[in-house]
Design a protein around this ligand. Structure first.
Ligand code: ADP
Ligand code: MG
Length: 665
């Protein structure tokens, strides 16, 4: 007798569960996707013990017929796909017919559902994949699935779960992000009866983002207006014989891609990618290509190894993206990857260039946020934040494992569900200020404060003071002086500015070098005496790879015997003592990054290194004319927000914050 056997469905389901169900959040993801596929407009999720003891998802979607309710637990049972052709144009989130049987095989599951086509509903109960009962049930249209004791029969999996806080943070983050992808739907998430998220339907992504993040995070975000880019596909190859038969000329095929979303400015710097959320055709995915496109957009705006917050929605024809790559459907493959990559990178970069968000001088929190004695709860007690920021904060930090005795309970209900601070306090300023109405969030009243009018009237302000949240005010700055011979203090129409003279100059030079390099007209200084450098074997190798680029960027270098380099000319502005340092720094960068970096990135790194060395140092007294020149040149930079290494250039203490700090508003 042969040795190969067909595995029973139960074993096969458990194997599939290994891939599909990693943790409570994966159950939530699958069930939430099913609810959305069923056309629900309201979804409520209840969890107990961070989802280990119970996860219940109730929706008002189409519901299931009695027969379907039983069939859904069979392997590969799906209503979303019938033919292999359908795989090329999947419009639903699910299609593999794997989730329900997989989840049922590693938990005790109760499905309660009713379709509008039947008078009664159905209850189906399973444990460890075995059917326990199937009964009639009276209930409204829709579906409720309760998953209890996850992994009760897979102890090995259970051990891999992290702390309650971590698991709950994953669940919270997942629900939050699906809620962002569907602003027109209601989402509720409760943990042991405590509300963690509750968002009502709104009409735009911006309003939903405001509901979810509250005003403080929202202020850091830049709106990526919807953009489309069309890809013209080459006409398909038609063999000669067929070509003759064809009478109609073929239309050139095109594919349209669309991107929208929200992204933080370069001053928001996260240490990992956990705050980047990518949706491709409504599906939450992780994708290396798109991640790279985002990093490329922030190249020279943020230090390497730092990541922004991003919420990006890419939509395209379903034929342009293969979603059937991974059992958990979290990976995709694009048909025209490099086109998508460049579109994403350019969209983000151009938006940042337009908006030029500015870093604010951090203010102390309005009220102190002491943790209640003995409670050590991690939930925020300050107004203006929602628990979401906590989910993301926990997922952000590398150290998310908190001691297990930490409770998830907030001291009181109010602290857990603070009111969202909606608008900047409005005051009457002469002349009348036209302030755009704040986004209305249902169920929450705008936050307003009365001004006690006992300290004289407000300073006379130009109408911009409320609105200018960008570097637009840069050209009109009036320098007031230098602080510690390092920072320029300036008055702007929207507040007080502090500018780091070194990084400002660095940005100016960086853009200048890139401009000159692009035009092929580098300003060069000939050295009276060539500088001779001794290279190691590794440096010699790197040098030979970047020699051309060096020579196009204003250096004139020549090998000069064994592992020796003669430098005869260098970019103008570099002190002779710095030339050697610049070259060694570049060789070092080349060694670390060259293999993965594109030519454009190397060029930028080279420009950044030259700029850094040639820029005015801190602790340098500047003549007023030089300060004026620096501010003017900075204002005309393409991207005056951060230095090429990602440090902020300018901090602004906005008039609004000044007024607030003096309790005038
Ligand atoms: P898939 O989503 O890949 O089709 P699942 O195992 O997740 O596979 O679900 C199996 C089937 O059960 C779905 O195709 C759908 O018909 C039905 N179903 C699951 N959840 C729901 C729900 N919340 N409302 C209506 N139908 C559902
Ligand atoms: Mg599904």
């Amino acid at each position: 007798m042969g040795r190969i056997r067909i595995l029973s469905d139960n074993v096969a389901n458990k194997i599939a569960a290994g891939e599909v169900v990693e943790r409570p959040a994966s159950v939530v993801k699958e069930l939430l996707e099913n609810s959305l596929d069923a056309g629900s407009t309201e979804v409520r999720i209840d969890a107990e013990n961070a989802g280990r003891r119970l996860l219940r998802i109730a929706d008002n979607g189409s519901g299931m017929l009695r027969d379907d309710a039983l069939l859904a637990f069979e392997r590969h049972a799906t209503s979303k796909l019938s033919d292999v052709k359908d795989l090329l144009a999947i419009a639903t989130l699910g299609f593999r017919g794997e989730a329900l049987p997989s989840i049922a095989s590693v938990s005790r599951l109760l499905l309660e559902t009713r379709s509008s086509d039947e008078q009664t509903g159905t209850a189906v109960e399973l444990a460890g994949g075995k059917l326990l009962r199937c009964d009639e049930l009276a209930r409204p249209i829709g579906t409720t699935i309760s998953v209890r004791d996850l992994f009760f029969n897979v102890p090995a999996r259970k051990k891999f779960l992290r702390s309650d806080q971590t698991e709950l943070a994953h669940v919270g983050s997942l629900v939050t992000h699906y809620s962002l992808a569907h602003p027109d739907k209601r989402f509720e998430l409760y943990h042991e009866g405590r509300e963690l998220l509750h968002v009502t339907p709104v009409s735009t992504l911006k309003e939903r983002a405001f509901q979810v993040f509250g005003s403080s995070t929202f202020d850091d975000l830049v709106d990526l207006e919807p953009r489309t880019r069309e890809l013209r596909l080459p006409p398909p190859y038609v063999p000669h014989a067929q070509h003759q038969e064809q009478t109609e000329p073929r239309e050139p095929e095109t594919a349209e891609f669309r991107i929208e979303g929200l992204v933080s400015g370069p001053h928001v710097q996260k240490l990992n990618r956990n705050s980047i959320f990518l949706f491709v055709n409504g599906r939450l995915i992780r994708d290396k290509l798109l991640m790279h496109a985002i990093s490329a957009a922030f190249h020279n705006l943020m230090p390497p190894g730092c990541y922004p917050f991003a919420l990006l929605f890419l939509n395209c024809d379903s034929g342009e993206v293969d979603v059937n790559v991974h059992p958990a459907k979290t990976e995709v493959r694009f048909r025209h990857g490099s086109f998508v990559h460049d579109f994403m990178r350019d969209t983000i970069r151009e938006t940042l260039m337009q908006h030029r968000p500015v870093s604010a001088i951090p203010l102390p929190p309005e009220s102190p946020m002491p943790l209640r004695e003995g409670s050590r709860s991690f939930l925020p007690q300050a107004a203006g934040t929602l628990p979401f920021s906590e989910f993301s904060r926990m997922l952000d930090s590398q150290v998310i494992e908190l001691p297990s005795d930490l409770t998830l309970t907030a001291p009181n209900q109010e602290a857990m569900l603070p009111e969202v601070e909606l608008v900047t306090p409005r005051i009457a300023v002469e002349p009348a200020v036209a302030v755009e109405p704040p986004p209305r969030v249902e169920g929450r009243e705008p936050f307003t404060k009365r001004i006690p009018d006992t300290h004289g009237s407000l300073p006379h302000l130009s109408p911009e003071w409320e609105r200018v949240d960008t570097l637009a005010a840069l050209p009109d700055l009036r320098p007031l002086g230098q602080l510690h011979e390092s920072f320029i203090i300036a008055a702007g129409r929207d507040g007080l500015w502090i500018i780091d003279q070194h990084v400002a100059h660095e940005r100016i030079l960086f853009e200048q070098v890139l401009r000159q390099r692009a035009a092929g007209r580098m300003e060069v200084q000939q050295l009276l005496m060539p500088i001779v450098l001794q290279l190691s074997a590794g440096q010699q190798f790197e040098y030979s790879r970047i020699a051309d680029e060096l020579n196009s960027t204003g250096f004139e270098t020549e090998p000069f015997g064994q592992r020796t380099l003669a430098v005869k000319a260098a970019p103008a502005g570099l002190h002779s003592g710095d030339i050697e340092k610049v070259l060694f720094e570049i060789l070092e960068i080349a060694e670390k990054e060259l293999r993965s970096a594109t030519l454009d990135e190397i060029r930028r790194d080279l420009a950044a290194t030259i700029a850094c060395r040639a820029a005015i140092k801190i602790n340098t007294r500047l003549e007023p004319t030089k300060v004026e020149w620096l501010l003017r040149s900075l204002a005309s930079c393409e991207y005056p927000m951060t230095c090429p290494h990602g440090r902020p250039i300018a901090l602004r203490y906005s008039t609004k914050d000044i007024l607030r700090s003096f309790h005038r508003i």
